[in-house]
Write a protein of this length. Structure first.
Length: 124
């Protein structure tokens, strides 16, 4: 699979955004398949265990925890990426149904605890 490269200007904007007060995390996804290009503030799921790996003496509770806490309500970067990608695809289909010449430029979702601002970019 070819590696997706983000334009330098986009990465600089993302860095500035991640430093704003109140921003918990940022996520940059590929429009083709929703793969994660860059993320800050979200923890990725552990990679699959290797069959020949010798287990350590500690108990592995990694499946119970996302983002370091089982009761935080936070999701892993992969889970959020999947949800955001599906949301953007659905919004795109909705807008396409209204007017084939239009495109989604901004999506904003507010809940009691969080706010997501999604800016789709068809360039990459």
């Amino acid at each position: 699979m070819a590696e997706v490269s983000a334009p330098q200007e986009t990465l600089l904007q993302l860095t500035r955004l991640s430093q704003k007060p109140g921003v918990q995390s940022t996520l940059l996804l590929s429009r083709q398949n929703g793969s994660i290009v860059k993320t800050t503030g979200l923890i990725s799921k552990p990679s699959p265990k290797i069959a020949n790996h010798t287990p350590s003496n500690s108990i592995d509770d990694s499946d119970k925890y996302t983002n370091g806490s089982s009761d935080s309500g936070m999701q892993s970067a992969e889970d959020v990426a999947r949800l955001v990608f599906n949301f953007v695809e659905a919004a795109g289909a909705f807008v396409d149904g209204l007017d084939k010449d239009e495109e989604v430029r901004l999506l904003r979702v507010r809940t009691k605890k969080n706010e997501l601002v999604i800016i789709p970019n068809s360039s990459w």
